[in-house]
Design a protein around this ligand. Structure first.
Ligand SMILES: Cc1cc2nc3c(=O)[nH]c(=O)nc-3n(C[C@H](O)[C@H](O)[C@H](O)COP(=O)(O)OP(=O)(O)OC[C@H]3O[C@@H](n4cnc5c(N)ncnc54)[C@H](O)[C@@H]3O)c2cc1C
Length: 410
């Protein structure tokens, strides 16, 4: 059995597979080591199994959608652009489809087809793959790296690419191994935090759990810090999730959230004055009815009890509403409020923010600035982006750059 390679890639996710393909394509004997029983376990669950593999937009748009260390990604995204990703997969006989928001999917909507295309490339360029193999330690003596595995095998290599991913969705194989290795080699690790994750609130939301609100705006306030996002929102029994909450979470995950408030504008298309006019026009038709009856005409049924509870107007009749009461209703329609407790656990974040400090990685090669011939690719690096295919593009671009830069023949 061959144990000596030019290049060993640790982690068989999106970034690791891409690295191994380009390392092997450049003539390096390449081994890809994965501790799961198959490659791309996380890739398999992306985009709800459909895999939104990139975003068919210019590099600038990708940069704008990267929340942490976007400048670091400039070179890699230009070296392997979203259009290169599309071409790479199309040349691998994978038909693609571009959808709303320029999100690119396999035409089959099967993430497994993306994995198949990568596996075919690994095989075409003769990259070796070893599955069910957990790397336990990596050390360097002289110019050689020693990659010790749990199965007692130690591989040697001239170059190592660490592509062990982030910390979320542990069931897919994510763990802190790559971060520990990087730290051992002297790298600074930026504290991993959940990103694209639900926002837990102090309020009891059990009465509106599973309620989805379309086209609302979500406003975050913490002292002078403000964020505002418009789109779709979903409630669980203790958190706000769905596209705009996930986006917000990536912006606020580095803040101390003590005292942070969320406000949902339930009627973003109407100004306060327009709402005053609407109530003046409509309420007289409900004179002897309860407030609940009227609210059922303007709000989703599930939210009404909580709405009335927040107003402390249970059983209130419309003809008993004072002017102040009406203003309170309007105010709550525009600012349905929640107190933030925390972000959800890192395991449920779609991506991890934090990881190997980008200051210690050469952005043009992905090589460590501290350790010659040690490279990084993918989510193990402190870079994270919003939803839309931007995170996988980070994996493809950094994977390509690392795989293309390794000089395995010493
Ligand atoms: C539910 C979900 C949906 C997503 N949907 C999308 C989407 O549609 N579009 C998008 O752009 N992004 C999406 N993402 C984000 C995207 O999947 C990740 O950013 C991307 O997969 C990261 O790739 P990676 O190769 O860096 O890490 P990973 O895919 O996590 O790969 C790392 C690999 O390293 C292996 N490994 C770790 N330690 C060891 C060790 N010691 N020995 C051997 N192997 C090891 C792991 O088993 C794993 O296979 C989604 C994420 C989640 C969780």
């Amino acid at each position: 059995m061959e144990t000596n390679y030019d290049v060993v890639v640790i982690g068989g996710g999106a970034a690791g597979m891409m690295s191994a393909i380009f390392s092997a394509k450049n003539g390096n004997s390449t081994l890809l080591i994965e501790h799961n029983e198959k490659l791309g376990k996380k890739l398999y669950i992306t985009g709800k199994g459909k895999c939104n593999l990139t975003n068919n937009s210019p590099v600038d748009t990708h940069i704008q959608n990267i929340i942490t260390n976007s400048k670091f990604m400039f070179s890699a995204l230009n070296a392997f652009t979203p259009q290169d990703t599309i071409e790479f997969f199309e040349n691998s006989s994978l038909k693609l489809k571009t959808e709303r928001g320029k999100r690119v999917f396999p035409a089959s909507y099967k993430s497994s087809d993306v994995i198949k295309a990568l596996v075919k490339n690994l095989s075409n360029f003769c990259a070796k793959v070893t599955l069910n193999t957990e790397v336990k330690d990596v050390f360097k003596t002289g110019e050689k790296f020693y990659i010790q595995c749990a199965n007692q095998i130690t591989y040697t290599a001239n170059c190592v690419i660490l592509a062990t991913g982030g910390l979320s969705y542990k069931s897919t194989g994510s763990c802190d191994f790559g971060l520990k290795v990087a730290q051992k080699f002297g790298h600074n690790i930026v504290q991993p935090r959940p990103a694209l994750c639900p926002i837990i609130v102090k309020d009891d939301l059990s009465s509106i759990a599973n309620l989805a609100l379309r086209n609302v705006s979500l406003h975050f306030v913490l002292g002078k810090i403000n964020y505002n996002f418009f789109g779709d929102l979903l409630f669980t029994k203790n958190s706000l999730t769905g596209p705009i909450a996930l986006t917000l979470s990536s912006h606020i995950n580095k803040l101390n959230l003590n005292g942070a408030q969320l406000y949902v504008d339930l009627k973003p298309a109407l100004s306060e004055q327009q709402l005053i006019n609407k109530l003046e026009r409509e309420l007289p038709n409900y004179k002897n009815k309860t407030l609940k009856t009227y609210l059922a005409t303007i709000l989703p049924t599930e939210i009404i009890d909580l709405f009335i509870k927040k107003l402390a107007m249970e059983n209130k009749l419309i003809n008993k509403l004072s002017t102040q009461n009406k203003m309170q209703i309007i105010s709550l329609l525009k600012k349905f409020d929640f107190s933030i407790k925390s972000l959800d656990n890192i395991d449920v974040g779609i991506v991890t923010s934090g990881g190997v400090d980008t200051k210690q990685i050469n952005p043009k090669t992905m090589e460590s600035k501290l350790v010659k011939n040690l490279y990084f690719a993918g989510e193990v690096i402190d870079v994270d982006a919003l939803t839309g295919g931007f995170n996988l593009q980070i994996a493809w671009s950094t994977g390509y750059v690392a795989g293309n830069s390794v000089k395995g023949k010493l």
